[in-house]
Design a protein around this ligand. Structure first.
Ligand code: CS2
Ligand code: MG
Length: 402
């Protein structure tokens, strides 16, 4: 089999997506997600200018060699743009390989280790009452695990707590929306949120919380301790994780489980965290960690150290990324949980998917390949729209982590 063409499809059915579609001389095609929220066009250029031309004429079954060719061959390794581009190609190639084998992708990894994939979804409110009510709705819908975020008194808007967070897109103008942040206001308020949620719904429902990299290690240690009463499933992204050693301090002080890794793009970003068991869940996901080939390696490495998997699955991971993740989730022995924030209906129309959700669990389905496609005609109706994630500033104007 030979690769005959590579298309890079950009569409915006409510938010931007970049999709790689690979064509072969035997008529089989495969698709992969290459979306990098807010920097989509950089990945498009990387793919179009540098990678796609080098694929023509190659044997699509040589996935490992193609991955190494693009990773090692470029000399310039790692980075979100490079790794999202490689991921788009890698995912499409695995799709083709599983279609050629006439099997759902998870069979190629070694088959299912479980019947279904536990997922967590999001509930948020501008205040505690609203957030508690939102959690109740998610429980009614059958979810077993819920990430809860809330607005902070004294801060006008906080990412992930209001209407804007539904699509994550920036304001309608050409500049990113600017938010205001105060760690002390936040730290005082969050324990009250989880007191209220536990009081309303009891101990059985799994609760998660995302700090979005905004704390220092000692602040994270304090928050972890303050939340121990709530027995969280995890506390996510407490600190900016470039400084991996910072987690040693957090770990010394709290038994609240820790999750990190949605912005990691290689195994190297997580090596120390995993080796020293400084985290409980690794959140790397197919599209941002270099595709299935690379994510599988991270998952296996994590299994040696009792770290469980928890693929990032916000709405900016396209349904293709979710589909690919779900095949890994169904197989991976050290599975933890899969994030599922849901999709706008128009996104699901553009990406017909074999995966399904039932009673708080996902399943990748039994279609051959990874089971997700793109409707190219429909995608054309939703042209790219420039959009940014917000930025975060302290009350005095200092640009801050978020
Ligand atoms: C979040 C995401 O899902 C999560 O845990 O951190 O909403 C994240 O902010 C976006 O995916 C960024 O593009
Ligand atoms: Mg997160």
């Amino acid at each position: 089999m030979k690769i005959t063409d590579v298309k890079i499809i950009v569409c915006s059915p409510g938010r931007n997506f970049v999709t790689v579609k690979i064509f072969t001389d035997e008529g089989l095609t495969g698709v992969g997600d290459a979306t990098l929220n807010g920097r989509e066009k950089a990945v498009v250029a990387y793919l179009q200018e540098h990678l796609a031309p080098l694929l023509i004429g190659r044997d699509p079954s040589r996935i490992e060699d193609i991955w190494q060719y693009f990773y090692k061959g470029a000399y310039w390794r790692r980075g979100p743009v490079t790794m999202a581009a490689i991921a788009g190609i890698d995912t499409a190639l695995w799709d083709i390989k599983a279609k050629a084998a006439n099997m759902p992708l998870y069979q190629l990894f070694g088959g299912a280790s479980r019947e279904k994939v536990l997922c967590y979804t999001h509930a948020q409110g501008t205040d505690i009452a609203e957030a508690v009510e939102a959690v109740g709705k998610r429980i009614e819908q059958g979810y077993k695990a819920i990430r809860v975020q809330v607005g902070i008194p004294g801060l006008p808007d906080v990412y992930g707590t209001g209407k804007k967070s539904v699509t994550n897109n920036a304001a309608d103008d050409a500049f990113p929306h600017e938010e205001v942040w105060s760690t002390s206001k936040y730290m005082r308020h969050i324990p009250k949120l989880f007191e209220a949620v536990r009081e309303a719904y009891g101990p059985d429902i799994e609760l998660l919380h995302d700090t979005h990299h905004r704390l220092t290690p000692i602040e994270a240690a304090r928050l972890g301790k303050d939340l121990e009463f709530a027995r969280l499933f995890w506390l996510e992204d407490t600190v900016a994780a470039e400084h991996q050693e910072g987690f040693r301090l957090i770990r010394k002080h709290t038994t609240t489980p820790l999750a990190v890794g949605e912005v990691f793009n290689t195994i190297w970003d997580a090596r120390l965290l995993i080796e020293e068991q400084l985290i409980d869940y690794i959140r790397t996901t197919t599209v941002h960690a270099g595709g299935i080939t690379a994510l599988r390696r991270i998952m296996d490495f994590a299994s040696v150290y009792n770290v469980r998997t928890a693929c990032h699955g916000a709405m900016d991971m396209s349904p293709i990324c979710l589909g690919a993740n779900l095949h890994l989730d169904l197989w991976v022995p050290n599975f933890g949980i899969q994030e599922y924030s849901g999709y706008l209906p128009e996104i699901l129309d553009v990406f017909p998917s074999a995966w399904s959700l039932s009673d708080g669990y996902l399943h990748p389905g039994e279609a051959t390949g990874h089971g997700v496609d793109i409707d190219e005609k429909l995608a054309e109706k939703y042209p790219y729209q420039r959009a940014y994630l917000p930025v975060n500033r302290l009350e005095d104007g200092t640009l801050w982590h978020w």
